[in-house]
Design a protein around this ligand. Structure first.
Ligand SMILES: NC(=O)c1ccc[n+]([C@@H]2O[C@H](COP(=O)([O-])OP(=O)(O)OC[C@H]3O[C@@H](n4cnc5c(N)ncnc54)[C@H](OP(=O)(O)O)[C@@H]3O)[C@@H](O)[C@H]2O)c1
Length: 333
C-alpha cells in the first residue's frame, strides 16, 4: 500500500502566511480500481493565488495546487505506467485519481525539465500568453509594454513574448539581481521598484506613455501607472494584485481618481483568469504548443527557482511574498 506525504491547512492565514499554518502528515493510499491511476509527484507548484483561495478552504483540507507526476500504476485505458501528467491534486507526494482529473503532458521539448510544465510551459506561461496577446491585444510592433512583478513566473514570460512581438518592454522587480535577470531576458529597461522613484523612471522610460500595462501587483504601484503614465487608448491586463493579498482593506478612496484617468484616456482595463481560457481545450493546446515552439527556437527562456524536498513546500510558499524566488517557484518532491 502506497503512503503519501500531504500538507494540511491547520491554521487560517493572518496577514503573511506562516510555515506552521500548514502541517505535514502521512496518508495511506488504496490500490487503483478500474478507471483510476496511482501517481508519484515529481514537482508541486507554489503560487500567489493560493493565499487568496485558501481563505475559503475548511481547516484540515489538503493544501491546494497543481502537481506534475508520473503514473506508477494504471487501471485506465487512457494512461500507462511512466506517463507524465499534470493534475490539481494539492500538495501531496503521491495520489490516486480518476483518469479525467489528470492531463497527459506531451508538449515539453526534449531536454526541458518536467518542472517547466508548471511554469513557462504550464499555467503561468499560458497566463502571460493569453493576458498579453488576447486580453491586452492585439499587440502591435513598436508598442510600449510595462510589466509589474516582472521577474516572477508570469512576468518573465510576458516580457519575452512582448519582445518576440517587436515591442519595447519595461519591467519593475524587487531586487538588483532581478533587474539584471530581466535585462538578460531582453527587457529594454528594468528597475528595482524598492530603490527608484516610479514616476520619474517610468516618465523617462516611456515618454509617450505606456500602450500596454500587464499588472501583476496592483496597489499603489498600479495607481501611479494608471493615473499618470498610460497613453491614449492604452490597454491594461489585470492579472493579479499580489501587493494586496496579505491585507484586509476596504479602502475605495482612490476609485474616483482612477475612474477619471480611465475615462479621460479611454483606457481598456480588463481582468482575466487563465483558467477561463484554458477551459477551452483548443486554446490551451494552442498556447502550450506556441510557447513550446518559442522555447525550442531559443526565443523564450524559462526561469525557475526549484526548492528541494517536499518537506520544504511551506517555506517555498511563504517565500512568494518576500520575493526570494526568481521566475517560477516549484518544489521538487
Ligand atoms: N489571472 C490569472 O489567471 C493569474 C494566473 C497566475 C498568476 N496570477 C497573478 O499574477 C501575479 C504574478 O504571479 P506569479 O505566479 O508570476 O508570481 P510570482 O511573481 O512568481 O511571485 C511572487 C513575486 O511577487 C512579488 N511580490 C511579492 N509581494 C509583493 C508586493 N507586496 N508588491 C510587489 N511585488 C510583490 C515578489 O517579487 P519582487 O521581488 O519583484 O517584489 C515575488 O517574488 C500574482 O498576482 C498572481 O496572483 C494571475
Amino acid at each position: 500500500m502506497a503512503v503519501a506525504r500531504v500538507f494540511k491547512l491547520v491554521k487560517r492565514f493572518e496577514g503573511f502566511p506562516k510555515e506552521d499554518d500548514l502541517k505535514l502528515v502521512e496518508e495511506k493510499l488504496a490500490s487503483p480500481k478500474e478507471g483510476e491511476i496511482l501517481c508519484n509527484t515529481l514537482y508541486l507548484s507554489v503560487d500567489p493565488y493560493m493565499r487568496v483561495f485558501v481563505d475559503d478552504l475548511p481547516l484540515g483540507s489538503t493544501m491546494i495546487g497543481e502537481v506534475i507526476a508520473r503514473v506508477a500504476e494504471s487501471k485506465s485505458p487512457d494512461f500507462k505506467k511512466g506517463d507524465l501528467v499534470a493534475s490539481f491534486q494539492g500538495w501531496t507526494s503521491a495520489f490516486l485519481t480518476t483518469a479525467d482529473k489528470a492531463a497527459k503532458i506531451t508538449h515539453l521539448p526534449e531536454g526541458v525539465p518536467e518542472s517547466v510544465a508548471l511554469g513557462t510551459l504550464g499555467m503561468t506561461g499560458r497566463t502571460a500568453y493569453f493576458g498579453l496577446l488576447d486580453v491586452a491585444g492585439p499587440v502591435k510592433s513598436g508598442e510600449t509594454v510595462l510589466v509589474s512583478g516582472a521577474a516572477g513566473a508570469v512576468g518573465t514570460v510576458v516580457g519575452q513574448i512582448a519582445k518576440i512581438k517587436g515591442c519595447r518592454v519595461i519591467g519593475y522587480a524587487g531586487s538588483d539581481q532581478k533587474v539584471e535577470m530581466l535585462k538578460a531576458l531582453g527587457y529594454d529597461e528594468a528597475f528595482n521598484y524598492k530603490k527608484v522613484d516610479l514616476s520619474e523612471t517610468l516618465g523617462k522610460a516611456a515618454p509617450n506613455g505606456v500602450n500596454i500595462y500587464f499588472d501583476n501587483v496592483g496597489g499603489n504601484f498600479s495607481d501611479v501607472v494608471l493615473m499618470k503614465h498610460m497613453s491614449m487608448f492604452g490597454r491594461v491586463a489585470i492579472c493579479g494584485f499580489i501587493s494586496q493579498y496579505n491585507n484586509k482593506s476596504d479602502d475605495t478612496s482612490k476609485g474616483e481618481i482612477l475612474y477619471g484617468s480611465i475615462l479621460a484616456k479611454e483606457l481598456r482595463v480588463r481582468g482575466f483568469h487563465e483558467a477561463t481560457y484554458a477551459a477551452n481545450a483548443e486554446k490551451k493546446k494552442e498556447a502550450n504548443e506556441q510557447l513550446a515552439e518559442w522555447v525550442k527556437q531559443g526565443k523564450l527562456k524559462y526561469k525557475e527557482t526549484v526548492t528541494e524536498g517536499f518537506e520544504n513546500a511551506a517555506k517555498a510558499f511563504v517565500g512568494l511574498f518576500t520575493g526570494v524566488h526568481h521566475g517560477k517557484a516549484v518544489v521538487k518532491v
